[in-house]
Design a protein around this ligand. Structure first.
Ligand code: NAD
Ligand code: FE2
Length: 388
C-alpha cells in the first residue's frame, strides 16, 4: 500500500442543534474571545442568533465582521484582517463556503505580516500557517470547506480565482448542524449540492485517491445521490437536509485528501470571469467533463453511478458509465441548471476568454489529478462545447 497522509479538523461536532454546543467546544479548546466571520444575510435574516444566543448565554464576549461577499476576493480578506483585534483568540466562521473561505484567508494573511499579499499563497505555494485557529460552522450543504485545507480567493487584479492550500486553511474544529440549512432556497440547495457531489466524485476518480478518501467519497455519493433531489423539491425535509449535510462534510474530507480534478480546475475560471456561483459552474461542466473522462477510469465512474443511484447494482461498467453521463444531464435539467448562454454570458465574451480560462485551469494543478489528463486544446474544446 502507498503511504497515506490524512488531514482533518481535530473535532467535528455533528447533528441537529449542534451549534448550541459552540460554547462547550470553545471551552474544551481553551478559547474565549472569538471574532465571528459571517455574511450580511446571516445577520439580516437573524440566522446568526443560533450562534450568538448560546454564546451570550454562556457569557462569551464576541465581535462580528459581516462585510463578506459571495466568492470572496483579496480586497475583502484584506479589509477583514483589519477587524482582528489583539484580544481575539480565534475565528468563528458562520455561513456558506464564502464566509468560511474568507475567515481562512484572513487567518493565513494575518500570519504573513504587513506586506503579505493573498496571491503569495496560491498553489503551488503552501499556506501552512494561520494567525488564529478557526472553527467553521457551515450553513450550506455544501462546500465541505469546514473540513478542507483549501480556501478559494479571487485575485481582483488578475481576475483569477486562486486555489490556496495548506494546513493554515484547515479548521481546528467544525460544527455541522443541518438545522441551519432549512432556509437555503432551492437554487442554492441545488448548486451547493452539486458542488458536494462533484467533490465526492472527483475525489473518487482522482489520481490521488486513497483507501481513506475512498471510504468517505463512497459514503458521500450514496448520501448525496439519494437526497439531493429531495432537498431541492422539499426544503423542509429534515431527513434529506441531514443526509445532504453529512454527505457534504464527508465529501469535503474526501477531497481534502484526494484533491479535486478537471471539473473544479475548469470551474474556477468561469466563476472568476463571469461571476457564476461555484456550484453552478461545476454543474454546467459536470456532464461534459465526465463524458470526456469516462473511459480513463470506467470501473470507478461505473461504481459511482451505482452508489449515487444513476445505475442499478447489476449494470455492467459500460452501461453504468453511460447511465452516469446521461443521468448527470437529466439531473441538471431537473435542477434547472442553465447553460452559460442561458445564464446570460455573451458568446463573444465566452469565446474571447476560453484560452485564458484554459491556461488558468491548467495552472491550478487540478486537471493533473483527472483520470484523463487533458491537453490545453482539449480544455479549450470542452469550454467551446458548453456554448454549442
Ligand atoms: N474551501 C473549500 O474547500 C471550498 C470548496 C468548494 C467551494 N468553495 C468556495 O465556497 C464558495 C461558495 O460557497 P457556498 O456555495 O456555500 O455559497 P455562499 O457562501 O457564497 O452563499 C451563497 C448564498 O447563500 C446564502 N446562504 C448561505 N446559507 C444560507 C442559509 N442557511 N439560508 C439561506 N441562505 C443562505 C448566502 O447568504 C449567499 O447569499 C465559493 O467561493 C467557492 O469557491 C470552497
Ligand atoms: Fe467545490
Amino acid at each position: 500500500m502507498n503511504n497515506i497522509t490524512f488531514q482533518a479538523p481535530r473535532i467535528l461536532e455533528i447533528g441537529g442543534g449542534a451549534v448550541a454546543r459552540t460554547p462547550a467546544l470553545l471551552a474544551r479548546l481553551g478559547l474565549k474571545t472569538p471574532l465571528i466571520v459571517t455574511d450580511p444575510f446571516m445577520v439580516s435574516s437573524g440566522l446568526i442568533e443560533r450562534l450568538t444566543a448560546p454564546l451570550r448565554d454562556a457569557g462569551i464576549a464576541f465581535d462580528i465582521v459581516s462585510e463578506t461577499i459571495p466568492e470572496p476576493t483579496d480586497t475583502v480578506v484584506a479589509a477583514g484582517i483589519r477587524q482582528i483585534q489583539p484580544h481575539h483568540d480565534c475565528l468563528l466562521a458562520f455561513g456558506g463556503g464564502s464566509p468560511i473561505d474568507t475567515a481562512k484567508a484572513m487567518a493565513i494573511l494575518a500570519a504573513g505580516g504587513p506586506d503579505a499579499k493573498m496571491r503569495d499563497y496560491k498553489v503551488p505555494a503552501s499556506a501552512d500557517f494561520a494567525a488564529l485557529p478557526l472553527i467553521a460552522i457551515p450553513t450550506t450543504a455544501g462546500t465541505g470547506s469546514e473540513a478542507t485545507r483549501f480556501t478559494i480567493i479571487t485575485d481582483t487584479e488578475h481576475d483569477e480565482k486562486m486555489l490556496i492550500a495548506g494546513l493554515g486553511a484547515l479548521p481546528l474544529a467544525a460544527i455541522v448542524d443541518y438545522e441551519l440549512t432549512f432556509s437555503v432556497p432551492p437554487r442554492i440547495t441545488a448548486d451547493t449540492g452539486v458542488d458536494s457531489f462533484t467533490h465526492a466524485l472527483e475525489a473518487f476518480v482522482s489520481r490521488r485517491a486513497t483507501s481513506f478518501s475512498d471510504a468517505l467519497a463512497i459514503s458521500a455519493m450514496r448520501l448525496i445521490g439519494a437526497n439531493l433531489r429531495l432537498a431541492y423539491h422539499e426544503p423542509n425535509n429534515a431527513e434529506a437536509r441531514k443526509n445532504m449535510m453529512l454527505g457534504a462534510t464527508q465529501a469535503g474530507m474526501a477531497f481534502c485528501n484526494a484533491s479535486v480534478a478537471l471539473v473544479h480546475g475548469m470551474s474556477r475560471p468561469i466563476g472568476a470571469h463571469f461571476h457564476v456561483p461555484h456550484g453552478l459552474s461545476n454543474a454546467m461542466l459536470l456532464p461534459a467533463v465526465t463524458r470526456f473522462s469516462l473511459n480513463a477510469a470506467l470501473p470507478r465512474y461505473a461504481e459511482a453511478a451505482r452508489l449515487a443511484g444513476f445505475a442499478a447494482e447489476g449494470d455492467a461498467d459500460q452501461l453504468a458509465g453511460a447511465k452516469l453521463v446521461n443521468g448527470l444531464d437529466d439531473l441538471n435539467a431537473e435542477l434547472g441548471v442553465p447553460s452559460p448562454e442561458k445564464f446570460g454570458i455573451a458568446a463573444a465574451a465566452w469565446h474571447g476568454k476560453k484560452d485564458l480560462m484554459a491556461e488558468q485551469a491548467l495552472a491550478s494543478g487540478s486537471p493533473a489529478n483527472n483520470p484523463r489528463i487533458p491537453s490545453r486544446d482539449e480544455i479549450v474544446a470542452l469550454y467551446e462545447s458548453l456554448y454549442a
